[in-house]
Design a protein around this ligand. Structure first.
Ligand code: ZN
Length: 184
């Protein structure tokens, strides 16, 4: 079996987790999914798309824990909210190693921070990916243009690029609507 990397990335609400779950369901019993320990938005032991479809997922603190959690029947490994592993030095090496071991690694995550800067690890993996799909959704403000920015509207000041988004903390905006809110 030849390993490969698939990456679904885009703004909030662009259907990244739905795409990941759909691929994992197709792989059936041979698929396993992981997610960052800090992401407790909906459930501790599964991932849930914004349209309510669930798939079991094991929370991990570091990507390298995946090596300890695989069994013989697994061929496909999903990692949801992959952009939250930005500060985990084991993340990129783990994904590349799993691919080299013959696994199909499917990642879902944000393409950029809400400050419109890159996630270094995600950008690197987008270059390395065999399949890279940028997903889009409509802008929440003008409802016309496709969104390109996950705009932060939370009440707490945002101190880190990887603050986990609760329901309603981020909205997808097109660049012109984001610029209006930024006062640019
Ligand atoms: Zn707009």
């Amino acid at each position: 079996m030849t390993g490969e990397i698939t990456l679904y990335w885009g703004t909030m609400y662009s259907g990244k987790t739905s795409a990941l779950i759909s691929d994992l369901i197709k792989a059936g019993e041979e698929a396993i999914c992981f997610k960052p320990m800090i992401d407790n938005r909906y459930s501790n032991d599964c991932i849930v798309s914004h349209d309510g479809i669930e798939f079991p997922a094991t929370p991990i603190q570091k990507a390298s824990e995946i090596f300890l959690l695989l069994d013989n029947k697994i061929t496909t490994i999903g990692i949801d909210e992959a952009s939250l592993f930005e500060n985990d030095p084991t993340f990129v090496p783990t994904v590349l190693k799993l691919r080299d071991m013959g696994y199909h690694v499917i990642l879902s995550g944000l393409d950029r921070t809400s400050e419109d800067t890159i996630f270094t690890a995600m950008s690197y993996l987008a270059s390395m990916a065999d399949n890279c799909v940028k997903l889009r959704t409509k802008c929440s403000d003008c409802k016309t243009n496709l969104a390109t920015i996950s705009f932060y509207i939370g009440s707490e000041p945002k101190t880190s690029a990887i603050k986990v988004g609760g329901v309603g903390e981020y909205i997808p905006l097109c660049r012109s609507c984001a610029n209006k809110r930024w006062g640019k």
